[in-house]
Design a protein around this ligand. Structure first.
Ligand code: ATP
Ligand code: MG
Length: 452
């Protein structure tokens, strides 16, 4: 709660109004002229600014009007002399949120202030929601489907804890991204995220890789070497392909998970590390437990929390969204899909999940024909990219291709605006009202369409 900034040069008004507002439970700061008000706001923003338009040094209402934008995004309520209705309207035009005529009626003041405070509360809530949406994007885990939303929500909740997380899901569904997102959304974000590909490191080296070794502990150990666990101190250790971890290492990892202690190869005394464990596998770990190739006790230790990355065919709605995202990332030029390409993307199964989709879009966008208007990716380009077609003839001029949905919508919008303008005799206010737009919104559209 940042309170109210009261900008008025009359000491009696400052005192009385200030006391009245404080009596209502608000925190009030006062300023006696425009510069002081701006300085006070810059130092600490307010939820609401009550602004007298005629203040020193000029006592000029126009100078008062010019002050209004300085307090954005806080709502500004201007106070004007009783007869100054025109000035009040000018102030609203200049961005003021409301006005009060002086002498200010205390009851009216109370209502206006209550409304402004409610607005400030909503604005804060909105900013928070936007920040949350921002983190969802920052997570790098795109997808608007319910399972992806649920996954991001779980990540947000689990990230701040120390619980070990087990990420399960088919290949190419984003398990590594989940690990990254967990790390980035945790208080450990400033510390290292260290990935270990358990399947890619030979069994006999894995222990020394993870826990380090002392000089001379085995042939080739010419110097002390810290392990990845130590490198990850304070951060997150991502054990990818945990299902491939050899049995001897499983015991040692279990101990590390139990009390944070481990023994570098060749060392006599154990060391400790503060590391959060995230493990992942595309394998059926429960089946590995059942057939005895994965320790049951380790399995239960690892799955403090289980997060599942859903295969793409359980969230078909995400395909178009992800494809558009990868196309944007793949090229600097303006690029889009033809309607056939969109249909092709939606109708295909994606056994390789997001990884396959991404590779297909990147390849197709590199192959697709380039024209003055940008890159147009067609179904043929995509089919070729996944090895299901021959290289399409890329000479077809894009004007021959069917319109995209965007082009269709733009044309429809233009038509409706032109019709409405004709009906209203080019009256912008009436046209805007008919189209459910603000006047400014309409004017912006007209500018963009070259219709003004
Ligand atoms: N939701 C998503 N949003 C954006 N990109 C994604 C998403 N999911 C996956 N990707 C991308 O798809 C590719 C595969 O993701 P990732 O490597 O995380 O898969 P994985 O589940 O670890 O697969 P594997 O089991 O084969 O290791 C990466 O390029 C990743 O950036
Ligand atoms: Mg992976």
């Amino acid at each position: 709660m940042s309170g109210i900034l009261l900008a008025d040069d009359e000491p009696a008004f400052q005192r009385l109004t200030g006391a009245w507002l404080r009596g209502l439970g608000h925190e009030v700061r006062v300023a006696g002229d425009g510069d002081a008000a701006k300085a006070a706001f810059a130092e600490k923003p307010a939820d609401l600014v009550l602004l007298d338009l005629a203040m020193p040094p000029h006592h000029d209402p126009e100078a008062g009007l010019a002050l209004i934008p300085a307090f954005a995004p806080a709502p500004v309520v201007v106070m004007t002399g009783h007869a100054d209705h025109a000035l009040a309207l000018k102030a609203i035009d200049a961005g003021a949120w409301d006005f009060l005529a002086k002498p200010v009626d205390p009851d009216l003041l109370r209502v206006v202030v209550a409304r402004a405070m409610e607005r400030a509360r909503l604005a804060r809530e909105l900013a928070e929601l936007k920040a949350q949406a921002g983190t969802a994007e920052d997570m790098g885990l795109a997808g608007a489907s319910a399972p992806m939303q649920a996954l991001r929500e779980l990540i947000r909740r689990v990230a701040p804890t120390r619980l070990p997380v087990l990420v399960l899901g088919p290949s190419g569904t984003g398990k590594e991204l989940v690990a990254r997102a967990l790390h980035e959304a945790s208080p450990r974000a400033g510390k290292p995220l260290v990935p270990v590909h358990c399947g890619a490191i030979p069994a006999e080296l894995l222990e020394s890789e993870l826990f380090g070794h002392l000089k001379g502990s085995f042939t080739g150990a010419v110097a002390d070497r810290p392990g990845l666990v130590e490198t990850a101190e304070g951060g997150t250790l991502f054990l990818d392909e945990i299902g491939e971890m050899p049995a001897v290492m499983q015991v040692k990892l279990l101990r590390f998970l139990a009390d944070g202690s481990y023994q570098p190869v060749g060392a006599r005394t154990p060391k400790t590390a503060d590391v959060r464990i995230v493990a992942a596998t595309h394998r059926d770990l429960a089946a590995r437990v059942a057939d005895g190739s994965f320790r049951e006790d380790l399995f239960y230790r690892l799955k403090g929390v289980v997060l599942r990355t859903p295969p793409l065919d359980e969230r078909p709605g995400d395909v178009a969204l992800l494809a558009a995202l990868f196309l944007r990332r793949a090229t600097d030029a303006a690029a889009r899909f033809t309607p056939e390409a969109m249909r092709w993307l939606a109708s295909r199964n994606w056994p390789g999940n997001v990884r396959e989709l991404r590779a297909a879009v990147e390849c197709a966008s590199a192959l697709a024909p380039r024209s003055a208007t940008g890159i147009l990716v067609d179904a043929d380009d995509l089919a070729f990219a996944v090895g299901e077609g021959s290289l399409p003839n890329s000479g077809a001029p894009s004007a021959m291709r069917p319109q995209s949905l965007e082009e269709e919508l733009a044309a429809l919008e233009r038509l409706r605006i032109v019709q409405a303008l004709e009906r209203t005799g080019h009256n912008h206010t009436h046209t805007a009202r008919e189209l459910g737009l603000s006047r400014v919104g309409l004017l912006k559209k007209l500018d963009r369409m070259g219709l003004r």
